[in-house]
Design a protein around this ligand. Structure first.
Ligand code: PMP
Length: 388
């Protein structure tokens, strides 16, 4: 088929840089992958069972477009208890096909052609393409390694123009694991309010924060009116394949998002919604156990990386570490490529998460301590051989 049939703005999108390493690794034997961004745990059994039972009981039809009301009520209660946020489950909560769809819908609901959206990098690879697909212009702002990848309010302010509509924030962050404190979020909020912006706050890793519970920017005074909270079940409940997430925010934005969702998706999968209901009602113990395990792994990996000479801050959340590889003299792409070829350890080069990620690599510690131990031994051997 002639390439001219393709929409130009789609053709211009670059494929995700993470894919390349998965493809390479999948052709090799004995590879330890620290590349994947998903839990190594299986979904808690009670959640699986609840989903089975819903099918047995004949819940096989569509739900309301916005999702099961019971689930929206449960989400609203969770957000209230955890972050002191008040959202009406009737018209301020939308159940989506993963947090991914929530991000897409939020952007499509607010962006007009040419609107600018500030994207704080390094970040999850989907934000900028989603902005472009919605007709907007992504404006990357680089959080710096020397600030433990925390974005500063003055950096946000410097990127604002008359076309800026929104900013996408993610704390705890993928790929850096960095968590922004309440004070840091409050300082960014001042700039956001001054320039009348909307915040898309991706909080999918909030439950996976290890030192203190992450806070939501929506909880800062005057922010609930201008924040769309995005979250989901993939990470904290080990439910990536279930494809279930949600958004909560101002009524007008949520209604607009629901309208798009209604025409393009109808509703999120019904059986997954029944599982999610059980996850929120009775999943706390499972989350606590997985979190204990992640924290142990985080501490193990950060210590091992620093000992081998790759400086790495202790990230407060998610399940990634983002050590510097500048000491080796390689670019992050070269480092990842050689490490895979020579020692069969797959990591993701930092540049795929944005320019400020160059000089670092992302290692996921969502794998067993045994695997992590072996991976760290291999990586140490590699670093000692190549370090200048
Ligand atoms: N946001 C972030 C920061 C992520 O890391 C991911 C998954 N890698 C997502 C959103 C997408 O999550 P979901 O599976 O709910 O679509």
């Amino acid at each position: 088929m002639s390439p001219s049939y393709l929409a130009k703005h789609v053709e211009e999108l670059k494929p995700s840089g993470i894919r390349k390493f998965f493809d390479l690794a999948s052709k090799m034997e004995n590879v330890i992958s620290l590349g994947v961004g998903e839990p190594d745990f299986v979904t808690p059994w009670n959640v699986i069972e609840a989903s089975y039972h819903s099918l047995e009981q004949g819940y096989t039809a569509y739900t309301a477009n916005a999702g099961l009301l019971e689930l929206r009520e449960e989400i609203s209660e969770y957000l209230s208890e955890t972050f002191s946020l008040t959202f009406n489950p009737e018209n301020q909560v939308l159940v989506t096909v993963g947090a991914s769809q929530a991000i897409d819908l939020a952007l499509r609901a607010i962006i007009e052609q040419g609107d600018e959206v500030i994207v704080v990098e390094p970040c999850f690879v989907s934000y900028s393409p989603a902005v472009s697909l919605a007709g907007g212009v992504p404006v990357p702002v680089s959080a710096k390694a020397e600030n433990e990848f925390k974005i500063l309010p003055e950096q946000v302010e410097a990127a604002i123009t008359s076309r800026t509509k929104a900013i996408v924030l993610c704390s705890p962050n993928n790929p850096t694991g960095t968590v922004l404190s309440k004070e840091e979020l409050a300082a960014i909020s001042e700039v956001v309010k001054k320039h009348d912006l909307i915040v898309l706050s991706d909080e999918i890793y909030a439950e996976l924060s290890y030192d203190e519970m992450a806070t939501s920017i929506a909880a800062v005074e005057g922010m609930i009116e201008r924040t769309v909270v995005i979250s989901g079940f993939s990470k904290s409940f080990a439910m990536t394949g279930w494809r279930l997430g949600y958004a909560a925010g101002p009524k007008e934005i949520m209604e607009a998002m629901t309208k798009i969702h209604q025409y393009t998706m109808m509703c999120a999968p019904t059986m997954a919604q029944h599982g999610a209901l059980e996850a929120l009602r009775n999943g706390n113990d499972s989350v606590r156990d997985m979190k204990t395990s992640y924290k142990q792994r985080r501490n193990f990996v950060v210590k091992a990386l620093n000992e081998m000479g790759l400086s790495c801050h202790l990230p407060g959340g998610a399940f990634y570490v983002f050590p510097s590889i500048k000491e080796t003299g390689y670019s992050s792409e070269e480092f990842a490529q050689k490490l895979l070829e020579e020692e069969r350890v797959a990591v993701v080069p930092g540049h795929v998460f944005g320019d400020s990620g160059e000089g670092n690599i992302r290692c996921s510690y969502a794998t067993s301590i045994k695997q992590l131990d072996e991976a760290m031994k291999r990586m140490n051997r590699f670093v000692q051989k190549h370090c200048k």
